[in-house]
Design a binder for this molecule. Structure first.
Ligand SMILES: Cc1cc2nc3c(=O)[nH]c(=O)nc-3n(C[C@H](O)[C@H](O)[C@H](O)COP(=O)(O)O)c2cc1C
Length: 157
């Protein structure tokens, strides 16, 4: 079995989730950043694609990859994942990121929650994070590591 994992990440959480998925999935697994040129998608049995959400918007490279490769992806076993704070908005964010036919035919979809890696953030993003952290009416952001395992398990059957 050959698996391709394509991810889009701004500050590293989605990238780390893609790395964990790689370690959990059996067989030959390749991880690629959606902003790079990704060739030979046809060669893989499974393709897992995921990105993070900023200001309610999807990662543009992940969106472009899914759009460009829709035809080939429809013939594969596809897994979709997103990293975001708004776990309750998962379906809304999926619809913004992936074409409807890919969402409908996907073998599995999981939300991995979110993590704010403040160290590398731009000043503007850091300010937003500090504002969000001060708003105690919102539940704190959480990493849903168990959902990484859940997604991997569905590709190890
Ligand atoms: C400036 C900023 C804006 C964000 N906007 C949203 C948002 O609109 N909705 C959401 O659910 N999560 C939002 N998040 C949370 C990110 O999706 C989350 O931190 C994610 O894990 C980032 O992944 P990355 O490190 O791979 O880029 C935001 C985070 C930051 C720093």
């Amino acid at each position: 079995m050959k698996t391709l994992i394509v991810y889009g990440s701004k500050y590293g959480y989605t990238e780390s989730c893609a790395g964990k998925l790689k370690d959990m999935i059996k067989g030959e697994v390749t991880v690629a950043n959606a902003k790079d040129k990704i060739r030979n998608v046809e060669e893989y049995d499974n393709v897992l694609i995921g990105g993070s959400i900023y200001m309610t918007m999807p990662n543009k490279h992940v969106k472009a990859f899914a759009q460009k490769k829709t035809k080939v992806l429809l013939g594969k076993k596809v897994g979709l994942f997103l990293c975001c704070g708004g776990v309750d908005k998962f379906d809304e964010f999926l619809a913004k990121t992936f074409p409807a036919e890919i969402i409908e035919s996907a073998h599995a979809k999981e939300c991995f929650g979110g993590k704010m890696n403040k160290e590398n953030m731009s000043g503007f993003h850091k300010k937003i994070v500090e504002m969000v952290e001060q708003d105690k009416s919102q539940p704190p952001m959480q990493c849903l590591e168990e959902n990484i395992e859940k997604l991997a398990a569905k590709f190890n059957l």
